[in-house]
Design a protein around this ligand. Structure first.
Ligand SMILES: CC(C)(COP(=O)(O)OP(=O)(O)OC[C@H]1O[C@@H](n2cnc3c(N)ncnc32)[C@H](O)[C@@H]1OP(=O)(O)O)[C@@H](O)C(=O)NCCC(=O)NCCS
Length: 253
């Protein structure tokens, strides 16, 4: 286990934002411990609160409003609205106690309340619960509406839409629009042939700036134009400057 402690000053956050890398990670204003390979690919904006001791990966051109996220891999061009919750921990429902104490035995500072040798015994003998914090995967070009709840561990496919207030408990198919509690598909964004083309094209490998030469308000023509630009070698895959948690920790030191 290797978490790193990130303590970014207001000035260093502002600098990352103003630099050409254009990272808006207001989420890291307070000291936080993130898994060392957590990463933020620029440009991206993360205003969400981030859970302490988790792993986060956010792709370029993604924007996360004042949501709360933990243990999640978010692709590129994702749009996540206010008050969305992703990655809330699960508790074991089939054990004597549903409390987190047996698998997080340090949570109440037992060494201050229990005598020895019990304190050390409790802290050193956790009952592992590996289901507690699964990694959630959010694909590319996904839009998650206001106050949606995404259960930890689900996979939301590329291009999917999650309606406002939805409760997502199962994987979501690419380019589907899901709504309700539990979330169900209400429609697909495009006919299947277009979805197949989009999934093959993977246009999110490219920069948003390359996309603007395509007629973005016409899906068939957009696909045609981007495919042509790729085939003629007119555009190259975008590689954004990516900051790992390890690097951000070093900036903060
Ligand atoms: C999911 C969404 C994009 C669907 O928009 P749409 O395709 O125009 O859908 P419609 O309004 O035509 O509704 C289609 C059906 O889905 C239902 N529906 C739409 N949104 C819903 C929601 N949030 N929860 C439950 N059902 C919903 C409608 O009632 C309708 O049902 P019906 O067919 O039984 O009449 C939109 O409703 C939504 O939730 N947008 C999120 C907005 C947001 O949170 N913005 C934050 C800023 S990023």
């Amino acid at each position: 286990m290797r978490f790193v402690n990130i303590k970014l000053t207001r000035e260093s956050i502002q600098k990352l934002h103003e630099d050409s890398v254009n990272l808006k990670i207001a989420a890291l204003r307070a000291p936080i411990n993130l898994w060392h390979s957590s990463s933020f690919e620029s440009p991206c904006a993360a205003h969400a609160a981030i859970d302490d001791y988790c792993r986060i990966n956010i792709g370029a051109f993604s924007s996360i409003a004042v949501a709360r996220i933990g243990n999640v891999k978010i692709g590129r061009y994702a749009s996540i609205a206010d008050e969305v919750r992703i990655g809330a921990n699960e508790h074991p429902t089939d054990r004597l106690t549903i409390s987190r104490i047996p698998h997080v035995p340090t949570m109440h500072n037992w060494n201050k309340t229990l005598p020895e040798p019990q304190a050390t015994h409790v802290e050193k003998n956790p009952f592992a619960y590996t289901e507690a914090c699964k990694i959630t995967e959010i694909g590319n070009d996904v839009w998650i509406g206001y106050r949606a709840y995404i259960k930890a561990g689900v996979k939301i496919g590329d291009g999917a839409v999650v309606a406002a207030h939805a409760v997502v408990t199962k994987d979501v198919a690419p380019y589907s629009v899901v709504a309700g509690t539990p979330a169900k598909t209400i429609r697909m964004r495009f006919p299947q042939n277009i979805i197949d083309d989009l999934l093959e094209l993977q246009w999110w490998r490219y920069s948003v700036y390359d996309m603007f030469t395509a007629p973005l308000d016409n899906i068939e023509k957009s696909i045609e134009k981007i495919r042509e630009m790729i085939n003629l070698g007119q555009i190259d895959p975008y590689i954004g400057r990516t900051y790992t948690a390890q690097e951000l920790a070093e900036i903060g030191d």
